[in-house]
Design a protein around this ligand. Structure first.
Ligand SMILES: *Cc1c(COP(=O)(O)O)cnc(C)c1O
Length: 361
């Protein structure tokens, strides 16, 4: 096996080594066909088979009910910020949004271009260290939908609960938390996730949408952004990102081999618990997020002395612990510990953190 570093990148993030090896083995000659997946027609039986197997495996993993469509789209999660109102916010109507950090703010800003946005609650009141409880939310009377961000990748703030939306479609940006544990899809009108955190490589965004929400796009909605057009064409209205779709499919198979999302949830629970327990027990490292709202996937932390950030990162890199710098907007450190980041990687990080503290604390 090649020497691979432990990669804590927030995205594009680590991929399972077994998946990369399989992709490498199949790169020149996919299953004896004499060509790579990248070189196949997306309309060929072979690629259509790859695509539909990936969808089925995702449906199995998340137990997606049959009245939901699964779409494999482009433009990243950021394009969804516009695509959602273009499809689901009728002219003159209002959508409810909850602000918990940078990604929800971006979704709010974009939606404002298309209609009325009611910010039902904002974590700003808590310096983005705590998620407002639902009894603090001011939902509007007839919202077209309610949008929230279950996991704020940058701030490290995550809901441990699903909002109650009644008859209003609940829409979730699950970019950095999808597949980290089981989720009850039937609670949502729509779930979307950019792939490069916990699904696969960038260039792909997965949308899981309830069928009754299709066919409502505004007249100004570009054909390419109409969910119904995508659904009616099996996500192949135009040429899809075939390589990313195939790689996502390999990840879904790998997740099944690991025992599915129940098994991943156990591993992910242990990984984050170890890291937070260590940080909380230390006087040198700190994490400001309220206990109940801490992210399983993105763990931000600070060193007691900012001057030590640079030496910390240099020492980490020398030990093969990569991409631990926090987002430029918040500083400090951040360990992203998605599915493909092993428990061994977290243990190696903890050993380094302890050693660094001993030396500099
Ligand atoms: C990364 C991320 C995005 C943006 O994803 P792109 O695919 O780069 O557009 C949006 N929301 C969340 C929660 C993210 O983590």
């Amino acid at each position: 096996m090649s020497k691979r570093a432990y990669n804590f990148c927030a995205g594009p993030a680590a991929l399972p080594e077994a998946v990369l090896q399989r992709a490498q083995a199949e790169l020149l000659d996919w299953q004896g066909k004499g060509l790579s997946v990248m070189e196949m027609s997306h309309r060929s039986d072979d690629f259509v088979g790859i695509a539909s197997q990936a969808e089925q495996d995702l449906r199995d993993l998340l137990s997606i009910p049959s009245n939901y469509k699964v779409l494999f789209l482009q433009g990243g999660a950021s394009q969804q910020f516009a695509q959602i109102p273009l499809n689901l916010l009728p002219e003159g109507a209002t959508a409810d949004y909850v602000d918990t950090g940078i990604w929800s703010k971006k979704a709010i800003e974009e939606a404002r271009r298309y209609g009325n946005v009611n910010v039902a609650a904002s974590a700003k009141a808590y310096d983005y260290f705590r998620i407002p409880k639902q009894n603090e939310w001011q939902l509007s009377k007839d919202a077209a939908y309610l949008h929230y961000t279950p996991n704020e990748t940058i701030g490290g703030l995550e809901y441990s609960w699903i909002p109650q939306a009644g008859d209003v479609p609940l829409i979730a940006d699950m970019s950095s938390t999808i597949l980290s544990r089981p989720v009850d899809v039937s609670r949502f009108g729509m779930i979307y996730a950019g792939a490069q955190k916990n699904i696969g490589p960038s260039g792909l965004v997965v949308v899981i949408v309830r069928e009754d929400l299709l066919g409502k796009a505004r007249s100004i909605c570009p054909t390419m952004l109409d969910y119904k057009v995508a659904a009616d064409n099996g996500s192949m209205y135009n040429t899809p990102p075939t390589l990313a779709w195939y790689l996502a499919g390999l990840i879904f198979q790998w997740l099944k081999e690991q025992g599915g999302l129940e098994a991943m949830a156990e591993i992910n629970r242990r990984k984050q618990q170890k890291l937070y327990d260590f940080i909380d027990a230390s006087a040198f490292y700190s994490n400001p997020i309220a206990m109940d709202d801490r992210s399983w996937m993105n763990v931000p932390f600070r060193l007691a002395d900012e001057q030590l950030n640079k030496p910390f990162l240099v020492g980490a890199e020398a030990r093969g612990l990569l991409n631990l710098a926090g987002h430029r907007s918040v500083g400090g450190m951040r360990a992203s510990i998605y599915n493909a980041v092993s428990e061994a990687a977290v243990d190696a990080l903890l050993a380094y953190m302890a050693e660094f503290e001993k030396e500099h604390g």
